[in-house]
Design a binder for this molecule. Structure first.
Ligand code: PAF
Length: 288
């Protein structure tokens, strides 16, 4: 497995692989890899086959964090991550520095960003201004560097996957975006690097996101026909905030394709949740 730190070297390698006829499968990550990432890596391998090359990027992208978010304490473990990637048969890990990814940023020279303007506006975009501008910018840069045929994203970041798909369609990136299912802990908590912040009673209370999803699913099944979104939202908020450390950021019911809010909830509606457990903000989602 090659470990590559420079933008120039990864682009050179990717172009060489492409010229030799290898397909490239790409898994962009911010590191601190867990079972969810492993499933994305396996999905990428399946997509490109044994002759293909799988690249994982490990980069905590500063432009997608707001000023009061957890950039400085975001968990990192490059050595552990490299061990996981090697065990999964990854061909190359790309782990660049900020200076290489954002040349001239310190001097105020870096000034080109990619902005998706419609799907990004609400939900995570409203709660975390600038977040998606950072995501689309870094993903566009990574696509230019890694030259993937296929890129695999996790369904836990439902809106991110929709925004990246839109960006690829709008800007003609020749990349097939695959969205792989969320991987959960045995008690239902969606795997996330941020789960590291949770211990003891906070970790137990964090399962309330999954329990809220199950509750919403049961309500839709029982309700036959459509339920009022406002009423179900209020019920879920009460349920979630009955955990002492939980505070709802948003509970939204949307059309899974347009991400537009729906007023009536029925089978096929997408439920999106963002909840603070103590200081840790968790997101989850499910098709009802
Ligand atoms: O989902 C993530 O880990 C990040 O948003 C991504 C796609 C690697 C971009 O930094």
């Amino acid at each position: 497995m090659q470990v590559i730190r420079s933008t120039r070297a990864i682009q050179r390698l990717a172009l060489k692989w492409r010229r030799a006829g290898h397909k490239i499968g790409f898994v962009p990550t911010m590191g601190y890899l867990h079972g969810g990432h492993m499933s994305l890596i396996r999905r990428a391998r399946r997509a490109v086959g044994p002759r293909g090359k799988v690249v994982v990027s490990i980069y905590v992208n500063p432009t997608q964090f707001g000023p009061n978010e957890d950039l400085s304490r975001y968990p990192r473990d490059l050595i552990g991550d490299l061990r996981c990637c090697r065990a999964e048969g990854v061909d190359a890990v790309f782990a660049p520095s900020d200076a290489d990814m954002y040349p001239g940023a310190r001097e105020g020279l870096f000034s080109t960003y990619v902005v998706e303007e419609r799907l990004s506006a609400r939900l995570e975009g409203a709660s975390r201004p600038g977040h998606f501008r950072g995501v689309t910018t870094v993903v566009a840069k990574l696509f230019n560097l890694v030259q993937p045929d296929v890129a695999v994203f996790g369904a836990k970041d439902f809106q991110q996957a929709a925004v990246v798909r839109r960006m690829c369609a709008d800007l003609n990136f020749p990349v097939r975006v695959i969205v792989a299912p969320t991987v959960r802990e045995p008690d239902g908590l969606a795997m996330s690097s941020r789960n590291k912040y949770l211990s003891g009673r906070l970790r137990i209370q964090a399962t309330v996101l999954w329990r809220a999803i199950l509750k919403a699913r049961a309500a839709v099944r029982r309700g036959r026909g459509a339920l009022q979104a406002a009423r179900l939202r209020a019920e879920l908020k009460r349920f979630i905030e009955s955990e002492p450390a939980a505070r709802v950021d948003y509970i939204e019911f949307v059309d899974p394709l347009t991400l537009k809010r729906v007023l009536r909830v029925s089978r096929g509606t997408q439920l999106l949740l963002a909840v603070f457990i103590g200081r840790t903000r968790l997101i989850d989602n499910a098709r009802l």
